[in-house]
Design a protein around this ligand. Structure first.
Ligand code: SAM
Ligand code: SF4
Length: 331
């Protein structure tokens, strides 16, 4: 598919065809199986100022938290108890978690659970040597969304950061042998159809193992509070297009989708996604990981939340999988 065709589909030229193609490719490669990744959001401290994100350091009204070594391991134990095959350790860009700390967490998780749990790291941009050490310690995957490939928009949305550095890190992560995930935010303010179409093509050219595209959700404590949320239909079109362009990649139906409407996550699965990532962050701090409104708002325990998500998946005709959910394609 070329840029022009993608742009037409994004405009809604033929949703019936697009969604049915996304669905049949997802059926062919994944069937009804939905991989579950338990996210442990261990710190909401961040030194960056991304214009779109509620965790940006300039949001002084947000109460900050950091989980200890033992608290992180307790949350990982819940991932295990819920029989999820992957733990995603995610945080703001918080350098107070040292190379050694993260290395010890990885080693401890692997010591306790061996390869029955895959470890995904999502810690933002870190140094090359630490990414290598964590890979050597046993981390399996790294998630670093590029957000957009449009240099001007990227550098406006992420003040002080360079698109070229983000891309180099993604390339390095690949070289280290991580399964690498990246992605974009659909309908970021000032994102045109041209930019979004190009983002989908660029993402699909990287050979990524995981690709996420969730809608922009405005947060009232950010400079983008007056912009509208990403469009549900365009977010679904982006998922279907990604599935068509990346047959084997794991594609989540994100929690940002769920913020748009109750049934959006399931609709994302139908048109091409095959992954859901429930939060297993301790209830005591979960609401403070407030990237955007609607995220982590449940008052139930982590175990209850996972059960609810599994029930939702089953009642929608899908199968919640206990598999570790590795990338199915070749390298
Ligand atoms: N700090 C790490 C990073 O930036 O890679 C990981 C955590 S960050 C909160 C995870 C993702 O949240 C980002 O990659 C971004 O795509 C997404 N995000 C942040 N603010 C958002 C918003 N307002 N709407 C949709 N997605 C958002
Ligand atoms: Fe920090 Fe990540 Fe939010 Fe940017 S998106 S402010 S790096 S937590």
């Amino acid at each position: 598919m070329n840029l022009k065709e993608i742009k037409e589909f994004l405009k809604g030229a033929d949703d019936k065809l697009l969604f049915s193609q996304g669905e049949s490719i997802r059926e062919k490669y994944f069937g009804k199986e939905v991989y579950l990744r338990g996210i442990v959001e261990f710190s909401n401290v961040c030194k960056e100022k991304c214009l779109y994100c509620g965790l940006r350091c300039s949001n002084r009204e947000l109460k900050r938290y950091r989980l200890t070594f033992d608290e992180i391991l307790e949350a990982v134990e819940l991932v295990r108890k819920s029989r999820l095959g992957t733990v995603v350790l995610q945080s703001g860009n918080d350098p107070s978690y040292t190379t050694e700390f993260i290395e010890s967490i990885i080693r401890e998780i692997k010591k306790r659970y061996g390869n029955s749990i895959a470890i995904t790291l999502s810690l933002g941009e870190r140094d090359y040597d630490e990414l290598k050490r964590w890979r050597d310690a046993g981390a399996d995957r790294y998630l670093l969304k590029v957000e957009t490939f449009d240099k001007k928009l990227y550098e406006k949305m992420r003040p002080g950061r360079k698109l070229s550095e983000r891309l180099k890190l993604i390339e390095y992560l690949m070289k280290l042998g991580y399964e690498v995930g990246s992605g974009i935010i659909v309908d970021l303010p000032e994102m045109t159809d041209e930019i979004l179409a190009n983002d989908l093509l660029e993402l699909s050219s990287l050979g990524l193992h995981m690709i996420a595209s969730g809608p922009f959700i405005p947060h009232n404590k950010t400079p983008l509070y007056e912009y509208p949320s990403g469009d549900l239909k365009r977010s679904l079109r982006a998922i279907a297009l990604l599935r068509i362009l990346n047959k084997y990649s794991n594609i989540p139906s994100t929690s940002a989708m769920a913020s748009l409407s109750k049934d959006a996550r399931i609709r994302g699965l139908i048109v091409g996604a095959n992954v859901i990532m429930p939060s297993l962050t301790p209830l005591r701090v979960r609401k403070l990981y407030n990237i955007y409104p609607g995220k982590n708002e449940s008052d139930s325990s982590a175990l209850e939340d996972v059960e609810k998500i599994k029930n939702l998946i089953s009642s929608s005709g899908f199968i919640p999988s206990e598999s570790i959910g590795n990338y199915k394609g070749g390298n």
